[in-house]
Design a protein around this ligand. Sequence first.
Ligand SMILES: Nc1ncnc2c1ncn2[C@@H]1O[C@H](COP(=O)(O)OP(=O)(O)OP(=O)(O)O)[C@@H](O)[C@H]1O
Length: 244
Amino acid sequence: MIELDNLTLGYDRHPAVHHLDATIARGSLLAVVGPNGAGKSTLLKGILGLLRPLQGEVRLHGVVRHRVAYLPQQIDLDRTFPLRVDELVSFGLWHRVGALRSLTRHDRTAIAEALAAVGLNGFAGRPIGALSGGQFQRALFARVLLQDAPLILLDEPFTAIDTRTAEDLLALVRRWHGEARTVIAVLHDLDQVRSHFPTAMLLARELVAAGPTAEVLRGEHLFRARQMAEAHDERAPVCRRRAA
Ligand SMILES: Nc1ncnc2c1ncn2[C@@H]1O[C@H](COP(=O)(O)OP(=O)(O)OP(=O)(O)O)[C@@H](O)[C@H]1O
């Protein structure tokens, strides 16, 4: 279970998202939605511990932070780095293998199986710079698969990839959900959220609504989120208000 307790996150003392109070049950399949700049990626970074709260707290119950799998937005990743696909995917074994030990035959089999599971048979030796956007995203999912993590954070995992790849990767997300892992994904496609994500959290610098997806994505909530995002003052300092 994850608890957000009066959580304010930001950069250089400026809050990006503030006073979040919410509980995310273990095994949830949760979509985080909201307008551009609403604080969705910031929330994932806060849960991951990459950002320290300006106020409040994130409490992870039953999950240690180094076992959380995180897939950042593709735009944040450097694909010019000279790395082969199997090397990228092998980082998913880091929690078991450590930084220094070399891979065993068993590890190599696990990597090959993960590549096969994401439809990348035969891609192990390719440089990551030679992959299409969709293939690269498949490789990143293979890495998450190997991490065997109880909590998986995905930041816009289906943006700018082809429909076939998105469908295959969505099937993997459903598989993780079926395995009782907690999956939290930042998404923009509300039809996709309605079809595949039972719960949602709508952000607009603060929490607009959270709960069953059909309830959260009601027109009045979406309208309010848009209004709140437009009214936000980028330069506001950390306020002292405690969320009701
Ligand atoms: N590294 C950073 N340094 C300073 N400000 C940042 C940084 N990252 C994000 N922000 C600011 O924090 C706010 C929230 O950004 P965030 O990326 O969390 O929004 P988002 O909801 O994920 O947006 P999008 O849908 O456009 O990806 C924005 O005003 C953004 O400019």
